[in-house]
Design a protein around this ligand. Structure first.
Ligand SMILES: [Fe+2]
Length: 324
């Protein structure tokens, strides 16, 4: 899985020139070569040094919390060739040590690389260097999810701290749309005076899911249709209980929920505080489901993504819900 994740990273960056890898295309995104070396840094930190930052080769240069994305273009970063050599060096040592490594930490490092693949894909789309491959939406109508208890969260070995502990939640019955909101449907909202999504054009496929919509826009759209966004508990219950009745639950676009990002009752940060805990609070909203570029190892029904309500460079769309 480590090697599969690396092949995805290499395939994504392979067509790019050195200049494209080192340019800061947007203050919202790191230069791609930062993401690349950061992938190696994270792997070195967790699989070779047990999380001890002092032992890492590149001190805080590739520490995500030490430098804002907007500043990363002006740091003395490794060149693309140096970054690739660094990743190879770390990987060779990791493969040697593999039998002795903690399987959770290996899974975390695999997912981390895959998640940065998605971040880099956002950068490539912003730069006009990558086009989305979205599925067609054929489903219509909504489904009732009956009242009753279900288990929110995960006990899976791969689950992050923020997906734990799994706990029983009781929800009243609600309705959820089988389908994601499409470009064609969203175009009616734009025609009615709403702001167009990022990267919007009139020739987007009408039956593909709309993406690059902010939380604020998603919420306004749902209200305009006389509906609302699902809570994240509703979303997860629907994804776990409806099966294929919920069209493109995962792997098309991330879906905004109305829920602010908080720890579940009994949350304990591990293996490091900075993965999710600093983002808990009312500032961030939870997205669920996974996008066209999210690896299936990450796009699981319990995975919690989060972002600021105004953000739309991410591959974010929506599915509407309503009270039953
Ligand atoms: Fe990271």
């Amino acid at each position: 899985m480590l090697e599969d994740a690396r092949r995805r990273t290499e395939a994504l960056l392979e067509p790019l020139s050195g200049e494209q890898l080192t340019r800061q295309f947007s203050p919202l995104q790191s230069p791609l070569v930062w993401d690349l070396a950061h992938i190696g840094h994270f792997e070195e930190l967790w699989l070779l040094h047990g999380g001890d930052e002092r032992l890492s080769r590149h001190d805080d240069l590739y520490d995500a919390l030490a430098h804002a994305r907007s500043e990363r273009g002006s740091l003395g970063l490794l060149s693309p060739d140096e970054a690739r050599d660094y990743l190879k060096l770390v990987r060779a040592a990791v493969l040697d040590a593999l039998p002795d490594l903690d399987p959770f930490l290996v899974a975390m490092v695999v997912q981390h690389e895959l998640q940065h693949g998605e971040t880099m894909a956002q950068t490539l789309v912003l730069a006009g260097l990558l086009e989305a491959t979205l599925p067609q939406v054929d489903a219509s109508g909504d489904v009732v999810v009956p009242a009753g208890p279900f288990t929110l969260g995960s006990t899976d070995d791969w689950a992050y701290d923020n997906e734990r502990p799994a706990h029983v939640v009781e929800l009243p019955s609600f309705r959820i749309d089988r389908a994601l909101v499409t470009n064609g449907e969203y175009a009616e909202f734009v025609d009615a005076g709403a702001r167009a999504p990022l990267h919007w054009s009139d020739d987007l496929p009408a039956r593909a899911p709309v993406q690059h919509v902010s939380f604020d826009e998603a919420e306004a759209y749902a209200r305009w249709r006389g509906k609302r966004l699902p809570t994240e508990a509703e979303w997860e219950k629907a994804a776990k209980t409806l099966g294929a009745e919920l069209d493109h639950a995962t792997g098309a676009v991330w879906q905004w929920t109305s829920t602010a990002f908080h720890g579940y009752p009994g949350f304990r940060a591990f293996p490091y505080r900075e993965y999710s805990e600093p983002f808990f609070g009312s500032d961030y909203r939870v997205l669920r489901g996974g996008s066209w570029v999210t690896d299936p190892l990450v796009a699981r029904p319990t995975f919690r993504n989060w972002d600021l309500p105004q953000r739309r460079q991410i591959f974010s769309g929506l599915r509407c819900a309503s009270d039953d």
